[in-house]
Design a protein around this ligand. Structure first.
Ligand SMILES: [Zn+2]
Ligand SMILES: [Zn+2]
Length: 170
């Protein structure tokens, strides 16, 4: 979804569109977009800076950090980003103290790629340390079995040093 700023007349301009899951490539082994991405918001074009704000909602497929099983996670992100034309960028960046709390990107050739904004926002908001369930047992350190599925009993077989101590008493 490419917005050409030169043809934007009304400001703010509202946008509302969807992206197919495969249009938003996260380049991550641990997470991918699993459902249609809904994007809605508005774009406020200024003389130097254009502000984009909106809401992104979708469902991600994320790997459990312990057992690598995929888990579906709904994601809802509100975002606000500013764009500055490359010709203004250096000057505005020097004055960045004045434009805090807003992420500033460069708009190349007066265009803003909203698909890229969406992708960045999802990446910024990826959940870390996802578990398929709170007490996920993960993989056995000894034999590599998924302990949610198989009770490999490696851990039980290991001799507890306290029992070993008792044995010597007999
Ligand atoms: Zn798990
Ligand atoms: Zn095991």
């Amino acid at each position: 979804m490419l917005i050409d700023l030169t043809i934007i007349k009304d400001t703010p301009t509202a946008f509302d569109f969807t992206l197919a899951a495969n249009q938003v490539e996260l380049d991550s082994d641990a997470a991918k977009v699993a459902e249609v991405v809904r994007v809605a918001g508005k774009l406020k074009k200024g003389i130097v800076q254009t502000d984009v704000e909106g809401l992104v909602s979708t469902v991600l497929e994320v790997e459990c950090v312990r057992c690598l099983q995929t888990v579906e996670m709904p994601l809802e992100i509100t975002f606000r980003v500013g764009f500055i034309g490359a010709e203004h960028y250096t000057r505005e960046k020097d004055a960045e103290v004045n434009i805090t709390d807003l992420e500033i990107s460069i708009s190349e050739n007066d265009k803003i790629d909203l698909t890229e904004v969406v992708r960045e926002q999802i990446l910024l908001n990826l959940p870390d340390r996802v578990l398929c369930r709170e007490n996920c047992l993960g993989f056995c350190e000894k034999c590599g079995a998924n302990r949610n599925l198989i009770d490999c009993s490696c851990i039980k077989k290991e001799t507890d040093p306290r029992w070993a101590a008792l044995k010597t008493l007999n």
